[in-house]
Design a protein. Structure first.
Length: 210
């Protein structure tokens, strides 16, 4: 099964992608993870992407599509995959289509901006291994310390309030139109955000027919 997860930054796409990946036995392709790895390693693509991400802007299409196309050629994607974080624009969607990348379903997680703002303020990530946490929804056992490796937790620049506002505006202006694009293709599924991670996951599985 080939899926896209759509939704505003902070809608829970990454968390739901992990759950879907485990249940369906297909990999999650997260452009955020790929980009952060490139940034950490100081690759040319990483350095280019960092300047855009630090300002809360979208990374240019040619960088994103190139990264994704390379990843989808790997053997673990042969039986399907879940795209999280791409496409973010109709231009990217058309580029993926032109590259012969097609999808069975596009899941759009629907959630209010004010809920997202509250969520993002509590996000933390391990500065050493990248394990994600949330101060209320998924807190570490010891405050400020990663359960997995003992590294210090940090708030990413793109989770800070001023950047969150910018990212939400970019989402509404540039990414939300994708819902109409995929609805016209007959593959869009609206997923209403639930009070718990498990609740949203249940709605997704039901929408997919499981």
């Amino acid at each position: 099964m080939k899926l896209i997860l759509l939704g505003a930054p902070g809608a829970g796409k990454g968390t739901q992608a992990e759950i879907l990946s485990a249940k369906l036995g297909i990999p999650t392709i997260s452009t955020g993870t790929i980009l952060r790895t490139a940034i950490k390693e100081g690759t040319p693509i990483g350095l280019k992407a960092k300047s855009y991400m630090d300002d809360g802007h979208l990374v240019p299409d040619e960088l994103i599509i190139g990264i994704v196309a390379e990843r989808l050629e790997q053997d673990d994607c042969a039986q399907g995959y879940i795209l999280d974080g791409v496409p973010r624009t109709i231009g990217q969607a058309e580029a993926l289509n032109a590259a012969g990348v097609f999808f069975d379903h596009v899941l759009s997680i629907e959630i209010a901006d004010q809920v997202i703002e509250q969520r993002m303020e509590g996000r933390r990530v391990c500065s050493q291994c990248g394990t994600p946490y949330h101060l209320t929804a998924r807190p570490p056992k010891q405050e400020g310390i990663c359960d997995a490796c003992g590294g210090p937790l940090m708030q990413r620049d793109d989770d800070k309030p001023e950047t969150v506002h910018k990212r939400l505006k970019v989402y509404h202006d540039e990414t939300e139109p994708l819902k109409g694009y995929y609805e016209a293709k007959g593959i869009l599924l609206h997923i209403e955000n639930q009070a718990t991670i498990e609740g949203t996951s249940k709605v997704i599985m039901e929408a997919l027919g499981f």
